[in-house]
Structure formats: structure tokens, C-alpha cells
Design a protein around this ligand. Sequence first.
Ligand SMILES: NC(=O)c1ccc[n+]([C@@H]2O[C@H](COP(=O)([O-])OP(=O)(O)OC[C@H]3O[C@@H](n4cnc5c(N)ncnc54)[C@H](OP(=O)(O)O)[C@@H]3O)[C@@H](O)[C@H]2O)c1
Length: 325
Amino acid sequence: MECLILGGSEFISLHVVRELLRRGHRVTVLNRGSRNQRLPAGVEVLLADRKEHAALRAGLAGLAFDDVFDIAYAPTTAEDVRAALEALDGRVGHYLFCSSTRVYDHTAPLPFTETTPRSLYWGEYARHKLEAEDVLLERHRAGGLPVTLVRPTHVLGPYNTRDNETFFFDRILRGRPVLVPGDGGWLRQFGHAEDLAHAFAEMAGNPRASGQAYNITGEECVTQAGFVELIAHVMGKPVELVHFDPKLLEGFEKPGRVFGQNLVYPAHIFYSTAKARLELGLHPRYTLEAGLRQTYEWYLAEGLDRRPVEFAFEDQLLARLGRGR
Ligand SMILES: NC(=O)c1ccc[n+]([C@@H]2O[C@H](COP(=O)([O-])OP(=O)(O)OC[C@H]3O[C@@H](n4cnc5c(N)ncnc54)[C@H](OP(=O)(O)O)[C@@H]3O)[C@@H](O)[C@H]2O)c1
């Protein structure tokens, strides 16, 4: 298959590139060229900013693709997705869009399924994803374009651009305590980037996936504290959890990161993966533990254990808790 990936050089989209190449597909990426040295050999590169629609049109003029994987978040609006569709002007067999489980109304009962109402609970990000989904669903209904909406939740794995699992590797490795907001009991769910890439590749060209949305993530749920404890277990190191009242953060003008990049929020998440399992036969191949183990090996192999890390804000917070270091 002839595949176009919007993005391609970072995290999720890089895993998709690798998966498609592994399956013998021809791969073209479109991005601004910041990290293309990471791309495997044999990938065609188109340089363009997807937010600059004239450049996008020029870059894609005359090209045709069986599958387009719209993954780069730029932040990508409905207008940007419309522009990509217009730039391809009918020369696309299947359009797969990387949305997010953050489109769901997170006040609805758990688990969130593909029929959970969508809302702006997650603000601007949700609005962009939701409106982009609507543009694609409209093209599907009105023009018959095969589209698939892929909704991942927290994604982990090598090349992660979110400082989540790596945040805890950094602290546990150095014997530092981990600050935990409240009792650390909010439920979290993670999927592995390779499982997500596998799902994208399996859906491409599959008529069953056309006009559909799917939650794609791991099948386990874990509390915030349980996530840190599992990471320590995988690393074979002890960890000390220091709980604090998240209200304490309000006393700081510019609070720093205290618990990963985006894992603090006060809500449970748990997304059903039954639809992808039953309709497409998709199952994650990584358990949470196996995914963390593989990511920790990557982190060590990349020498990230020697990267400089800023602890000043955590030290201030620890001092307020009477835990000066
Ligand atoms: N990470 C998660 O946990 C998570 C969870 C749910 C959903 N998602 C969704 O997953 C998708 C991928 O996220 P990600 O964090 O892996 O990567 P990302 O930051 O969205 O994308 C990075 C890739 O996109 C390219 N890119 C960025 N801005 C661009 C622009 N203006 N024009 C063209 N290319 C551009 C980058 O290359 P250049 O910089 O060289 O242009 C790079 O190849 C996003 O849609 C995100 O909303 C992520």
C-alpha cells in the first residue's frame, strides 16, 4: 500500500512509520523536518507545515495514497483536516485520524465506550479533536470517503514526548521520593505506542473500520500510586511515595511538574476496548508491566538515565511538607 503519514518523526507517528515499513508498505511522511534523521531508510519525505494550507496543497499536488494517517497535532483544527482532504482532492483511499479519548464527557459513568457522549470536558484540545472528527464523519456520510477515528488514551513507549514514565524513572533511579497528589487513587490507563501502531496498520484499508471510531489502549487500569509502584517494581528499585494535598500547588505562582507531565487531574479514566476487540480482533500485545519494562530498557540504552533533571520545585514542595533534603 502507498501510505502517507502526517508527522512521522516523533513518537506515535514514528511507530506507525516503522510498523508500515515492517509490513512492506511504501511510506511517505509530511512534516516540518525537525527530526527526520530518526526516519528509517526508504521513507519519502515531504517538507511542509500542515497549518500552512497553500504549502500543504503544493506538497501533495498530484500525489495519491491508499491510506493517510493523520497523526501530527499542530494543534490540528477542523480547518486543518479539511485542508488536508482538499489538498488530496479525492486521491485517498482511507483516511485514518488520530483523535483522543479526551473527546468523551468525563462526567459520564465508567467505562467510556465509543457511544459515551462527547463533550468539551477537556477544553480546547477536545474541541479540536471533536470538530476534526465531525469533518471526517461528514465526508464519510456525504461522499462515502472511508474514514476511521482512532482514540488513544495515555500512550507510553520509546520516544515518548510526554514526560510520564520517564519522569518516574528519573526519580526512582536517583533514590528520590515521588510526590503523589492526594491519595493517588485516580484511575489511569495506558496503551503502548507499538500496539497503537499495530492497530493503525490493521485498520488501514479494512472496510469494517470505515466510518467507525475505536478506543485503542491497554486493557488494564491502575491507580496513580499503583502506576509508580509498578514502575519501581520493573526497575527493581525501592520507591518512597510522599503524598501531598494538591491544593498546596495553588500557593505557588508557577508550580512545576510534580507527577509526570499530565497525570495529576482529578478524574478517573477507563476506556472500553471491547469494540476494537470484537469488531477488528485487535488486542494489545503489551501488558502495562511489559510495556514499562521495554520502555525502561530503551531509556537506559539511550543514556536518558544521565540526562539533567530539575528538582528545584519538588524540593520546595518537600520542604513545605517538612521533608527538606
Ligand atoms: N501522546 C499521547 O499520550 C496521546 C494520547 C492521545 C492522543 N494523542 C494524539 O496522538 C497524536 C500524536 O501525538 P505525538 O505526541 O506522538 O506526536 P505529535 O507531537 O502530535 O506529532 C509529532 C510529529 O508531527 C510533526 N508535526 C508537528 N507539527 C507539525 C506541523 N505543523 N506540520 C507538519 N508536521 C508537524 C512532527 O514533525 P516536525 O516537528 O518536524 O514538523 C512529528 O513528526 C496527536 O494527534 C495527539 O493528539 C497522543
